[in-house]
Design a protein around this ligand. Structure first.
Ligand SMILES: NC(=O)C1=CN([C@@H]2O[C@H](COP(=O)(O)OP(=O)(O)OC[C@H]3O[C@@H](n4cnc5c(N)ncnc54)[C@H](O)[C@@H]3O)[C@@H](O)[C@H]2O)C=CC1
Ligand SMILES: O=C(O)CCC(=O)C(=O)O
Length: 430
């Protein structure tokens, strides 16, 4: 397919998600804890967040009406240190999803050895249909609503879906006003001029890329010429597409919320990058776009979901046409789908390993803020690469040791330090 813009405004239905991420998190966590022979109360403590706040945020909209938005902040566990995790602005975000996302953050920090527990925030809203003024008011209102719970040594937010460095900047400014001092370590993923880290914007996609390179070496499939489909063309998906294209991989498919594009000869990624909007949407410029569902089932070597959760489920797992799935999104594969893919010999590199580059560089940002000393882009990149490689080896060796798949191994690896810090604090016994 040519990637020439046809100026069309196709409206594809968003895909239907099989939305039970909290149950998915709890089921695999329970399995991991039973492999480790921990007593049942460890699961009882870790299956849900220690703290969960639901807030109402009034925003005076541009038309003069006041709209009340619903927001959440979940802190999964603060035994290892302050909690950490992004804030999602999305029309479909739910309280249960935020709880699952916070749990996954704890495991991610466990695997990568960061001194944090997990957290996550969300606001039910559709930023694509809001003005910048409305988004700024919403961001500031959220911080006012959760300000008692967050802070540089308590809980440190960051970007996630439909939030970016500008949203982080508004949130930082609001927090500084409330606290009456400059506290750049309150939030990460902020603009470099406000104490952000070099390389945070590209960190998650770089981390996924390093993971893919490790897999390519282990599986002996060269990146050059590798056929790749990426679902989602936002922060994670678009930088990833760019890096893979530059390395000579054939990015045969990409998608956004409105649909997908597929060309077995490889898409013109520079053109798509140039024409995507700030919400990662580009497929509306093409008349021959396909649906997200169709795209996921197209032929490729590596399928990389980089958008929402539960998109690979029992009804399409039998039809995936790839050799490897690398989970760049959080929770894109349901438990039933994982089983089907395992039976079909399709390996799945888990989210809590593959997408941990974002929180790793967020940690670097927080360290730089605490020290007031800023690193070069090269220093950040070298250390990110090192952490991603170490984390991959840890999960791979756990998989071998317990003879389990990479997903379960990642949970086993991630939960051990978390449980140990809870034990040392006297919260649990085992
Ligand atoms: N931004 C980060 O640093 C990190 C992001 N992630 C995860 O990566 C995924 C993507 O995040 P970002 O790229 O930051 O978000 P983004 O907001 O920059 O981009 C999201 C992309 O997904 C598409 N999308 C939205 N809803 C969709 C739907 N229903 N079906 C198909 N596509 C849809 C959008 O059109 C856009 O192309 C999320 O699961 C997020 O939690 C994980 C770790 C860190
Ligand atoms: O950068 C961070 O602190 C968190 C990123 C995040 O939300 C995630 O890894 O899912």
């Amino acid at each position: 397919m040519s990637t020439e813009s046809l100026g069309a405004t196709s409206k594809k239905e968003p895909i239907i998600a099989y939305d039970e991420p909290l149950k998915e998190f709890q089921d695999i966590l329970e399995e991991a804890l039973s492999v480790l022979n921990y007593p049942p109360h460890v699961y009882e403590l870790l299956k849900r967040p220690m703290r969960f706040l639901e807030v109402s945020i009034p925003v005076k909209m541009d038309n003069g009406e006041t709209k009340i938005f619903q927001g959440f902040r979940a802190q999964h566990n603060d035994a290892p240190g302050p909690t950490k995790g992004g804030i999602r602005f999305h029309p479909d975000v739910t309280s249960d999803e935020v709880k699952a996302l916070a749990g996954w953050m704890s495991l991610k920090c466990g695997i990568t050895g960061l001194p944090y527990g997990g957290a996550k925030g969300g606001i039910i809203c559709d930023p694509r249909h809001m003005s910048m003024d409305e988004l700024e008011k919403l961001s500031r209102g959220y911080v006012r609503a959760v300000s008692q719970l967050v802070g540089p040594t308590k809980d440190i937010p960051a970007p996630d879906m439909y939030t970016n460095s500008q949203v982080m900047a508004w949130m930082l400014d609001e927090y500084d006003h409330i606290r009456e001092f400059d506290s750049p370590g309150f939030i990460t993923g902020k603009p470099v001029a406000l104490g952000g880290s070099a390389g945070r914007e590209t960190a998650t996609s770089k981390g996924v890329l390093y993971t893919l390179q490790t897999v390519s070496e282990k599986e002996n499939i060269p990146v050059e010429g590798m056929r790749i489909i990426i679902q989602g063309f936002g922060n994670v998906g678009s930088y990833l597409a760019q890096y893979l294209y530059e390395l000579g991989a054939k990015v045969v498919g990409i998608s956004d919320v409105l649909g997908g594009l597929y060309d077995e000869n490889g898409l013109d990624i520079p053109y798509l990058l140039e024409n995507r909007d700030s919400f990662g949407i580009v497929t509306n410029r093409f008349q021959n776009s396909i649906s997200n569902q169709e795209l996921l089932e197209k032929e490729c070597d590596v399928l990389i979901p980089a958008a929402i959760s539960s998109v690979i489920h029992k009804d399409n797992a039998t039809r995936l046409n790839c050799r490897i799935v690398i989970e760049a999104a959080n929770g894109p594969t349901t438990k039933e789908a994982l089983r089907i893919l395992e039976d079909r010999n399709i390996s799945v590199v888990p989210d809590i390993l593959a997408n941990s580059g974002g929180v790793i560089v967020s940690y670097f940002e927080w360290c730089q803020n605490n020290q007031g000393y800023y690193w070069t882009a090269n220093m950040v990149d070298e250390r990110l690469k090192e952490k991603m490689a170490e984390s991959f080896e840890k999960v791979a060796s756990t998989a071998k040791r317990f003879n389990v798949n990479m997903k379960l191994a990642a949970y086993i690896e991630g939960v051990q330090k978390l449980a140990e810090t809870c034990r040392l604090r006297g919260w649990i016994k085992f």
